[in-house]
Ligand binder design. Structure first.
Ligand code: AMP
Length: 283
């Protein structure tokens, strides 16, 4: 496995792999890797001849009052995990390598990026789309791997890839969870012991949504209200949003049918966690 810190060296190493006839898979991450990230790397390893993992805490996707400076970083540990999961190249640039002083160009996926997480994190998906477009241009992968945990992100990036003709396949990998259901996340490291216990309210609320739909609930607004109550019953939790939505448009779902997206963003203490489920509605 090789580490590249510059765009130029990453491009050269990918070009060498291509000249050997290998297909290229890209797994974009912000580091502090866990089993969720590694599931993406292993999937890429199984499907591609040359696997690139990018590790870059992207300043563009953090708001002014968010946790950019505090975001956990441990490149040495991450490199060992990447190697163990079968990565060939880790691309880990400094911010100045990605954003030169005159940087002025952004990618905005209209509409989709303003709903759900976009309401309290304006500019977040613009930052994500911009950095991922750059990574797609640098690596030019055949396939790029993203986690379902960030469902809205997968939708925004699929739209971007289609609209800007990137000509690659976007692969979405199921959410990897701890035993008690909490979705793995780098931000779980912020949780104190009582907060860690309280954080299972997200998964429990998704389970409640499944149960209510299975027992016949078909009213999206009523379901949403029940789920919100369930989160609010946890004293350490504060709702950012609870959404029962169309999985393509992210607009609120009124009468439930087909597949519905239940998506949550919840502050546990000061840590904002997200989770979601795609639920098939019987009948
Ligand atoms: P991040 O480092 O948080 O930007 O995440 C990098 C990639 O890993 C994104 O595509 C995430 O959706 C994905 N990811 C993060 N956590 C998980 C998880 N628990 N299960 C599956 N994928 C995940």
């Amino acid at each position: 496995m090789v580490l590249a810190a510059t765009i130029r060296s990453a491009r050269e190493l990918v070009a060498q792999a291509r000249s050997r006839g290998l297909s290229v898979g890209l797994v974009p991450t912000m580091g502090c890797l866990h089993e969720g990230h590694l599931a993406l790397v292993r999937r890429a390893r199984a499907e591609c001849g040359f696997v690139v993992v990018s590790i870059f805490v992207n300043p563009l996707q953090f708001g002014p009052r968010e946790d950019l400076a505090a975001y956990p970083r441990d490149l040495r540990r991450d490199l060992g995990l990447c190697e163990g999961a079968g990565a060939d190249l880790v691309f880990s640039p400094e911010p100045a390598e990605m954003y030169s002083p005159g940087f002025r160009t952004h990618v905005e996926v209209e509409g989709l990026g303003r709903l759900l997480c976009g309401v309290t994190r304006p500019g977040h998906f613009r930052g994500v789309a911009t950095v991922v477009a750059k990574l797609f241009n640098i690596v030019q992968p055949d396939r790029a791997y993203f986690g379902q945990k960030d469902y809205q992100q997968t939708l925004v990036l699929r739209r971007m890839a289609a609209d800007l003709s990137f000509g690659l396949e976007i692969v979405v990998v199921p959410t990897v969870r701890h035993e008690d259901g909490l979705a793995m996340s780098s931000r779980n490291a912020y949780l104190g012991a009582d907060e860690r216990a309280a954080a299972t309210v997200l998964f429990e609320t998704l389970q409640l949504a499944r149960e209510l739909i299975a027992s016949g609930e078909r009213d999206g607004r009523r379901l949403r209200a029940r789920l919100q109550e369930n989160v609010e019953a946890q004293a350490l939790a504060r709702v950012d949003y609870v959404a029962v939505a169309d999985p393509e448009t992210l607009e609120p779902a009124a009468a439930l049918s087909g597949t519905v997206l239940v998506a949550l963003a919840v502050f546990i203490g000061r840590t904002r966690l997200i989770d979601n489920a795609l639920i098939s509605v019987p009948g």
